[in-house]
Ligand binder design. Structure first.
Ligand code: COA
Length: 320
């Protein structure tokens, strides 16, 4: 039992903010941001809600798949930046498609899309669904402190989605692990309880130790590519497309150098979008798909990493 991707979709907010735009109100510059991160611009929500992005990306993926939405047996949405934990974004998306299957969010930061695929794969294995909609929607710009130049320049907003179909092919490896740590933190709502004696431990915005996460990310990509290939019994150089989380161009370049892989096989969206947390991977996959770069039989390697700290990775055989 395995699955194939039959539809992909992306939605990015209309407004584009360049590095020069940021330098008008934060002490930063394109000369600092671009060489250290690879980011030139990012899309930022203004009138769009996170639900709008999620619904639009999902609709595009369903439309490409050609299936009737009623055939979808599961909706999983990865997000850590939704405007409302209840209802889940997945419930909102399911409602917009007019379907009543199980629908819920996963909350595991930048590796969430891959974990969503693994959850769907489990539904397929138990015969609980034939089709699943797996998506990621993130509005990171609502979480950052816009006066903190070390974080606000890195992130953007957007959503990516995939419709997947169960197949009888042999399973390819999927992996996931965590290394609990507080290198990246995001506070929840302040407690309203009169009994609660915990202060707001994590401040009021997304915070991180950039250097620690950088090191973790480079090691994680290296480890996952080799482990997936070993589990599949292949040489990782035979992988056709590497779709890594887009946190920093330098992380991607390090991975290319460490692994000795073909730079052109590593998809990039970071320059145009910045880091959109878990939405980066489905957006990058949709980009490759819509540019006609994915061919029947191609092997894709997905590696997501980030807050938690968490990692999710898998191999996917593309079928057209
Ligand atoms: N513009 C100008 N200067 C900046 C700046 C900005 N946007 N951000 C930080 N600086 C300054 C710092 O204040 C510091 O100045 P100081 O030496 O006078 O104190 C200097 O640049 C170096 O800061 P540092 O944080 O050490 O830079 P770095 O080389 O580690 O790069 C990151 C910072 C965030 C780009 C890099 O660590 C990174 O990308 N890490 C991964 C983070 C990530 O992707 N997180 C999400 C994972 S899902």
């Amino acid at each position: 039992m395995s699955f194939k991707v039959i539809g992909t979709g992306t939605c990015l907010p209309q407004k584009v903010v360049t590095n020069d735009d940021l330098s008008e109100f934060v002490d930063t510059s394109d000369e600092w941001i671009f060489p250290r991160t690879g980011i030139k611009r990012r899309h930022v929500c203004t009138t769009e809600t996170l639900d709008d992005l999620a619904i639009s990306a999902a609709q595009k993926a369903v439309e490409m798949s050609g299936i009737d939405p009623g055939q979808i047996g599961l909706v999983v949405c990865s997000t850590t930046s939704s405007d409302h934990p209840i209802p889940s974004v997945a419930c909102v998306v399911a409602g917009s498609l007019g379907i009543e299957c199980p629908a819920y969010d996963v909350y595991i930061a930048c590796s969430g899309f891959v974990h969503g695929l693994e959850i769907a794969d489990g539904y397929f294995a138990r015969g609980r669904a034939k089709y699943a909609l797996v998506l990621s929607a993130e509005k990171c710009t609502r979480l950052v402190d816009w006066s903190d130049r070390s974080t606000c320049v890195l992130f953007g907003d957007g959503a990516g989605a995939a419709v997947i179909e169960a197949t009888d092919d042999e399973s390819l490896p999927m992996r996931g692990w965590t290394k609990a740590g507080f290198e990246l933190t995001l506070p929840g709502q302040p407690s309203k309880s009169p009994y609660d004696q915990h202060p707001a431990d994590y401040g009021d915005s997304l915070a991180m130790n950039g250097r620690a996460i950088f090191r973790f990310a480079v090691k994680a990509i290296n480890k996952e590519v080799k482990a997936l290939a070993a589990e599949a019994g292949i040489d990782y150089h035979d992988i056709d497309h590497y779709i890594f989380h887009q946190a920093n161009e330098r992380i991607l370049s390090f991975a290319v150098d460490h692994l000795g892989i073909d730079n052109d096989k590593v998809v990039r969206t970071i320059q145009e979008t910045g880091n959109i947390s878990s939405a980066c991977i489905p957006i990058a996959m949709d980009k490759l798909n819509r540019e006609g770069k994915l061919h029947d039989g191609d092997l894709l390697c997905l590696v997501g990493f980030g807050g938690g700290l968490s990692v999710g990775s898998c191999l996917i055989r593309w079928q057209s």
